[in-house]
Ligand binder design. Sequence first.
Ligand code: SAH
Length: 240
Amino acid sequence: MQNKVRIVLVNTSHPGNIGGAARAMKNMGLADLYLVAPKLYPSDEAVSRSSGAIDILDNAVVVETLEEAIADCQLVIGTSARERNIPWPLVDPRQAADLVYEEDLETAFVFGREDRGLTNEELQRCNYHVHIPSVETFSSLNLGAAVQVIAYELRMKSLLMKDAPVVASKWDMPAATVEQMDYLLEHLEKVLVQTEFLDPEMPMQVMPRFRRLFQRSRLDQQELGMLRGMLTSMEKKMKE
Ligand code: SAH
């Protein structure tokens, strides 16, 4: 199960934190590291802080955008040290580890920049937010330490589940991927502008709220295909 979990670090400033994250991952049995536009990488400091978790660094996938890092994922969990404007489904690290094991999906845990975390837009791309319940007046952990806490909870859950009977998923269709969800939301936006439900000059929070709704309902690929087919049929009728 752990091999379905990737750690995504967005725009990291300090290479030492990348090394620290790699070490934390290797200690806890995680292997897949994605680096989105790291400020300084590769770096000797990352290697030295990884204390031997060089394989994780060597195999790290470096990409330019968060979209590329999570396109094929089916469950995305964003970490956040503080609350943001639109409320989002929120879990603690233990609940997040439970979700990973219950859902058995291609999963990403996304971590933000040292100075300002993840943007609202990046957080909106996540199905859940996970907050490590630190004290409110000093809530932000070092990036490597935050990766450690999440990786530890995943490890504890994997040890607990080791002897549990394997229950095969009964769902008949695979879960939609992030990329498919993005296409649906782009398509929906286009149609909503055409029908004048959405004013592109004054979009308000309509699309983020639709995104939250669809991500919360965890569409499977057939359901998502039906919604896209419905939109296409509306477009056709409008053209007639
Ligand atoms: N100053 C930033 C915090 C950045 S800490 C802010 O206010 O958002 C760097 C990263 O470590 C965060 O983006 C997040 O991925 C992780 N992190 C730090 N503290 C955390 C906490 N309490 N809960 C969840 N993630 C945390």
